[in-house]
Design a protein around this ligand. Sequence first.
Ligand SMILES: Cc1cc2nc3c(=O)[nH]c(=O)nc-3n(C[C@H](O)[C@H](O)[C@H](O)COP(=O)(O)OP(=O)(O)OC[C@H]3O[C@@H](n4cnc5c(N)ncnc54)[C@H](O)[C@@H]3O)c2cc1C
Ligand code: SF4
Ligand code: SF4
Length: 425
Amino acid sequence: MKAYRIRQEINGIEEPPGKTWFFELQAGVIDAGRCIQCGTCVAACPSNSIGVDEDTDLPELVKMCTGCSLCWDFCPRGGLRYEALWPPSTIMPGATADEVAASSVERVDASDTYWKITGGPPGDGLGAVTEAYSVRAGARADGAQDGGVVSALLIAALAAGDIDGAVVTRPSDDPEEPWKGVSHLATTAKEITDAAGSYYNQTMALAELDLSRYDLPAKPKIAVVGTPCEIQGIRAMQARRWPSGAHRIDAVVLTIALLCTKSFDYRGLMLDLLQKDRGIDIDRVSKVDVIRGKMIVEYRDGELAVDEPIKNFHGAALKGCDECADFLGRSADLSIGSVGAIDGWSSVLVRTERGHRALDNARGRLDFRELDSPEALVKLDAFDKRVAFDSLRRPFDPDAPLFIDYAEHVATYEGTDRAPVVADR
Ligand SMILES: Cc1cc2nc3c(=O)[nH]c(=O)nc-3n(C[C@H](O)[C@H](O)[C@H](O)COP(=O)(O)OP(=O)(O)OC[C@H]3O[C@@H](n4cnc5c(N)ncnc54)[C@H](O)[C@@H]3O)c2cc1C
Ligand code: SF4
Ligand code: SF4
């Protein structure tokens, strides 16, 4: 078979069945431009063989690959069927007949457990939801994106001793990378506050779960704030036990998904489309927002620097986001976003007992109102799923190789300063 021929060409060893190598992930996802930089492959690798390329922010092989296939199995753009992790939808307590009729909070029937990206029941509400509100923090962290709820919840969980730290996204301190979000484990309220706000780039967040460089208790308890694809990776790895490497998936006790339809390549968006093409002074930027179909950029003095249709920025969007059908972060403990709530508030969907406890801890710091527009969430979720479905309906090419050709793979690196990933095996 072709996959085994590749291995034979490398070193002549007869291959046992059932092996999948990093370079197959590289060819099918990373080099194909489909990687959404979630970091799941880094966290899943039991031999810590996958790192993050400093120039591209993409996964790279840093030592020997054993062909264990876990990077492929858990990759949301590889072997992971993430929708199988979604708990069935529920009727929210207190839903009115009108809301159910508007399919905003409906439990269709048991079949919605089987929703799958390649086809399934069309409507399944907001997923498993026990409570839903619009929420705002009494004292919003400076730079908070919407209601400042995510930061307030994390600070309260830290104060209650429910977590020892939280994986958040803070601004890079490299002057060459203004307004780039980088993943960081915050262990104090100040670090959480300093990381408030949204960065429209992916951070390989799950790579940060190698906690060895932090001073933490022997059994640390960690929250992760992430885009839905990052939470999918955590949930999948927690659901299936295997001899894991340095990354402490077991330490994650709280997951907060940010509602998400799209993320961007940092250089493409911030440096090319905003700084270079539109002359935006990135050092003066106080907020970047993708909202109501527009890209909004504000300066610190209140000046509106950009107010344009989001389609003008699609060239910098991650291609792998088109395939994603999880706008609502259905596998998380809490899903939080701006859609569905009025300006200055966040929409909050509580999905689990852990999520409920996190919200309860922070009650004294938060203002609540009824979720303003569950319909807006349902509508955007349906649109997101349609885009994902369409992106998977490319015509099937029977001549396309199922596995990559080793010689072709190596040839793609000719003339670049990067090495083929199989070189050290
Ligand atoms: C790439 C991206 C796309 C989004 N798309 C939508 C959308 O389509 N619709 C919608 O309703 N909401 C979207 N959001 C969520 C929204 O922007 C806010 O994050 C959310 O409303 C919470 O606001 P807040 O004021 O409660 O949180 P804050 O108190 O401001 O806290 C935000 C938290 O998110 C973390 N964070 C920031 N950037 C990232 C990142 N790139 N990856 C992981 N964590 C990060 C911060 O470190 C902080 O802990 C998106 C967010 C991101 C990062
Ligand atoms: S999508 Fe995530 S798991 Fe897949 S290759 Fe990219 S970083 Fe790794
Ligand atoms: S659109 Fe989906 S794949 Fe892209 S960053 Fe958001 S959650 Fe991840």
